[in-house]
Design a protein around this ligand. Structure first.
Ligand code: GLU
Length: 330
């Protein structure tokens, strides 16, 4: 079997989130258990929100937790660069290839037209999303517009009918109807890729064998699968971890819970307790051999780690329980 290669791909758009560390933890544990590699990739394609100081804080938070990586923006590796803003030529050449092969097209619709379209669709109460206005422009028209240096994006030609299915390792078979999905932007007018193009290209180029990420990305799967197919690539195995939740079962948010790893560090929580608690968010108790089922360290998790044992229920991040566990380590 090919060597296991996993990654986490956080966006440096705010203080390092506990959810980011939680995803890194499961990727790190799986890579260690399989004798594989875990790499850290920085998804900084949103230029308005990404900041280098957030990236520095992110790296420091993961290091504090002891979640190190085998390849990454600071240490390099054979598949670098590991910062997406430094890989623009790679995405642009892949987008060009998709256009040339008829899988994607230039779209010249102005923000005003798109806003009008949204307004009309909202009024009609029908399907929302891009209407494919530029999908069938003649070659001559496309060249004329490109020649006039009109601002444009590149969109993926999604199938118009039928459905796609994929096997999530834990959730079983999930299917999506194409008619509900519009032609996704792949390359923005500033030459930066969207998440969808960048994630597929990078996971392939970086040899990722297993994607382990949050369940909020499940709905992106059809777009990713269409991209894999257009490129003629085999998709990696996918596992979507349950979201971390507030006590009222809404997605964990700053308003209900401190979400920054830095907060917990400053408040005196121990990294071992944080790792242990985050592991319990999606992994059953293992025990440390002393009759304390819920207390186990990272090496114990790695020793037992089985991707098939993850629980998918959605996990309430409970500060009282974390504090209790922290007390067991002091
Ligand atoms: N940037 C995304 C995140 O921070 C990565 C999603 C993925 O792993 O594909 O959640």
């Amino acid at each position: 079997m090919a060597e296991v290669r996993v990654r986490s791909a956080p966006s440096p758009t705010g203080a390092p989130h506990v959810g980011t560390a939680y995803i890194a933890l499961f990727n790190r544990a799986f890579a260690r258990a399989q004798g594989g590699h875990y790499l850290l990739r920085i998804e900084d394609t949103d230029q308005t929100r990404s900041r280098s100081e957030y990236e520095t804080q992110l790296l420091n938070s993961l290091k504090w937790l002891g979640l190190d990586w085998d390849e990454g923006p600071d240490i390099g590796g054979p598949h670098g660069p590991y910062r997406q803003s430094e890989r623009l030529d790679i995405y642009q050449s892949h987008a060009k290839r998709l256009v040339e092969e008829g899988h994607a097209y230039h779209c010249f619709c102005t923000p005003e037209r798109l806003q009008e379209l949204r307004g009309q669709q909202a009024k009609d109460g029908g399907r929302m999303g891009y209407d494919g206005h530029c999908r069938d422009l003649s070659q001559g028209e496309v060249e004329r517009q490109l020649g006039s240096s009109a601002s444009h994006v590149i969109r993926l030609k999604m199938p118009r009918e039928g459905s796609c299915q994929f096997e999530d390792r834990h959730r079983g078979s999930i299917s999506f109807d194409y008619e509900n999905l519009d032609d996704q932007i792949l390359l923005k007018s500033d030459g930066f890729p969207t998440y969808h193009l960048a994630v597929v290209v990078d996971d392939h180029e970086m040899g990722i064998t297993h994607v382990i990420r949050g369940e909020e990305w499940i709905n992106s799967m059809p777009k990713h699968l269409v991209l894999y197919e257009c490129f003629g690539w085999q998709p990696p195995d996918h596992t979507h971890l349950p979201l971390l939740l507030n006590p009222d079962r809404s997605k964990m948010s700053k308003r209900r819970n401190p979400t920054s790893v830095e907060y917990y560090r400053a408040a005196g929580y121990l990294p071992q307790a944080m790792l242990n608690y985050m592991a319990l968010m999606a992994y059953p108790p293992i025990g440390d051999g002393d009759g304390d089922e819920e207390k186990f360290d990272f090496d114990t998790l790695v020793g037992h780690f089985d991707l098939g044992r993850l629980n998918m229920g959605g996990s309430v991040f409970d500060l009282d329980k974390l504090s209790w566990l922290n007390g067991r380590y002091i």
